[in-house]
Design a binder for this molecule. Structure first.
Ligand code: ARG
Length: 451
């Protein structure tokens, strides 16, 4: 039997199964666990009680030790043992080794349930802010690509069949806009993560005058989650919201990857991927494959799976804390890792893509101009349906149409000659500005609590 910090003896197999991957995954929560504890202990020291739980000088002692643990963790030196079970017990063990009885007081009025919930939310905030930073770089790359090749004609497709004149600028900023608009979901997920569950304890509050607004301020959250039971119910929900937003973003990125794969295959050849971004075959000497983009597609499927797993876990779970929730950690951590690396690699690929202008122009079959030609007939008085039939019966007349003229002819908002690059510049700058404000505010809190 193994003895744990809570002193109950647990069968080693049961312990190993219930601990699961926590000792490894929780290493990513050490900083956030220490930050949460520093805020909790500071708040405890300010509580108006006849006999204080901890005094202010004691709280400062704890804070200094927590800062030392954070330093150790940042250099990769902090260890979570199996009999610690998780980061929370590991930190308490170390504080007790260093500070004796004072270390044993830090968990007063708190449960691992609100503790882990606050750790995860701090971690989510940090990760999402980094992700926003990577997304801004991808958006910059897409918009720069669009600007550079703005008016290069590209066959616009529906059902994958040639449809109407498009342009490289339209294609590229179209993908950028999909990503930009998708950020409203990610922003909503960030706002959900920005709520403080600390002080809900096991999910039902405690008979101590906890100042939950104080820890909310110290930790830099927008507001506390009001209801203690609600705060415990929100564990996993918040992670699922993040994963839902990530899955949707990844679906958008997967379509970008798919377009790049198609348009760079020899049969299209509108685009060229740099040789060094392609991987070869062990048997076919001629091969340069877009493996990197194929993996973007598969990662999108993977993140969707993680999102489904996170919701599936929740839907039949009774109210209050259940250990099932421990498994939500791997899901959101994996989802964020996969998404961040995907966004980063796509920014690199987009920067490297070359455009083959003659191939883009050569792809314009007469039919691509048909709708434009019918609309010219409308302009000279022919009813639309008659113009439509007339053009369809004489597609051969369109053999000499000029793709560049067709691109230049559509000047309304968002059409080939109406792409407003300033709009994209401002929208991206806004995303960047919001991200930076949040980052600065958050870093101030981190610094004040744990250095
Ligand atoms: N490692 C646990 C988790 O992630 C910590 C909370 C444990 N709480 C409990 N009541 N057993 O959920």
């Amino acid at each position: 039997m193994k003895k744990t910090i809570t002193d109950n003896r647990v069968d080693p197999d049961i312990l190993a199964y219930t601990v699961g991957r926590d000792p490894e995954l929780d290493l990513r929560l050490v900083v956030w666990d220490c930050m949460g504890t520093a805020a909790h202990v500071a708040m405890l020291s300010e509580m108006k009680l006849k006999r204080p739980v901890v005094t202010k000088p004691e709280a400062e002692k704890v804070r200094k030790e927590l800062a030392a643990i954070v330093k150790l963790a940042r250099s990769g030196g902090f260890e979570i043992r199996e009999d610690d079970q998780d980061v929370h017990m590991a930190v308490e063990r170390v504080l007790t080794e260093k500070l004796g009885d004072l270390g044993k007081k830090i968990h007063t009025g708190r449960s691992r349930n609100d503790q882990v919930a606050v750790d995860v939310r701090l971690h989510l905030k940090d990760e999402l802010l980094s992700l926003f930073g990577e997304i801004v770089k991808l958006l910059d790359a897409l918009v720069a690509f669009g600007r550079k090749h703005d008016a290069v004609p590209l066959v616009g497709r529906t059902h994958l069949q040639p449809a109407m004149p498009s342009s490289v600028g339209m294609w590229s900023t179209g993908h950028a806009e999909m990503i930009l608009d998708q950020l409203t979901q990610l922003d909503a997920a960030y706002r959900l993560a920005d709520l403080n569950p600390l002080g809900s304890a096991a999910g039902y509050g405690v008979p101590l005058p906890l100042n939950r607004k104080r820890t909310t301020k110290l930790l830099g959250f927008a507001r506390p989650i009001h209801n203690c039971f609600g705060a415990s119910m929100a564990r996993g929900e918040c992670e699922a919201s993040v994963l839902g937003a990530l899955a949707q973003l990844m679906a958008v990125l997967s379509r970008l990857a798919e377009d790049l794969i198609l348009f760079s295959m020899p049969e299209f050849a509108y685009f060229r991927l740099p040789r060094e971004y392609c991987t070869g075959s062990s048997i076919m000497p001629q091969k340069f494959n877009p493996d990197v983009l194929e993996l973007v597609r598969s990662k999108a499927a993977q993140v969707l799976g993680l999102s489904v797993a996170s919701l599936s876990m929740l839907h039949a779970m009774p109210g209050g804390y259940n250990r099932d929730l421990q498994d939500s950690k791997f899901l959101y951590m994996e989802g964020l890792d996969v998404t961040r690396t995907t966004v980063r690699i796509l920014a690199k690929v987009v920067k490297g893509v070359e455009v083959d202008e003659p191939k883009c122009r050569a792809a314009f079959t007469p039919g691509v101009f048909a709708t434009d030609a019918a609309l010219r007939l409308v302009a000279s008085g022919t009813p639309w349906r008659d113009a439509y039939h007339d053009v369809r019966d004489h597609l051969d007349r369109l053999a000499d149409e000029d793709p560049d003229r067709a691109v230049a002819a559509k000047t309304h908002l968002g059409a080939t000659a109406g792409i407003d690059y300033d709009y994209y510049r401002d929208a991206i700058a806004e995303v960047f500005g919001v991200m930076l404000d949040r980052r600065v505010k958050f870093e101030k809190c981190i610094h004040a609590l744990v250095g």
